[in-house]
Write a protein that binds this ligand. Structure first.
Ligand SMILES: [Zn+2]
Ligand SMILES: [Zn+2]
Length: 136
């Protein structure tokens, strides 16, 4: 079976994923920009049952001021600050992995873009996948 590995910047938190992700998307919401310190988040939807987390327990920030209005749990490394994954209330059995933490980041290929209303103007989307103004 395919598997994937990754870790935070300092290595205190690492993970292994069994099997393919359920979905791959890019989020251009303002809060992802802030948390990533960058232009967007690249996300894999991974069933919780398919991921093995190792090392330190991530620190959780409850993000209650999201564009969708729902609370997002943002899990990150308490030592180096790398965002690891988010959990949204509508999909409690799934985590949304920040794929910049993968060992092989080239395994990520987006299937859609969400919150394009707040996309940075210099980011040009050339991929032939749906672009949704909000959460789609
Ligand atoms: Zn770390
Ligand atoms: Zn977002």
């Amino acid at each position: 079976m395919t598997s994937y590995t990754g870790q935070c910047l300092c290595g205190d938190i690492s993970y292994e994923i069994a099997g393919a992700p359920a979905m791959a998307g890019v989020c251009h919401c303002k809060n992802c920009q802030r948390q990533a310190g960058s232009a967007f988040s690249t996300l894999w939807g991974v069933p919780k049952a398919n991921i093995q987390l190792r090392g330190q327990t991530p620190t959780v920030y409850i993000d209650g001021a999201t564009a969708s209005g729902s609370e997002v749990e943002r899990h990150f490394c308490g030592r180096c600050g790398s965002p690891i994954y988010s959990i949204v209330p509508g999909q409690p059995d799934m985590l949304f992995l920040k794929t910049g933490t993968l060992d092989q980041t080239e395994d990520f290929a987006p299937q859609f873009h969400v919150w394009c209303d707040s996309k940075q103007p210099w980011v040009e989307l050339n991929d032939d996948v749906p672009q949704m103004a909000t959460q789609g």
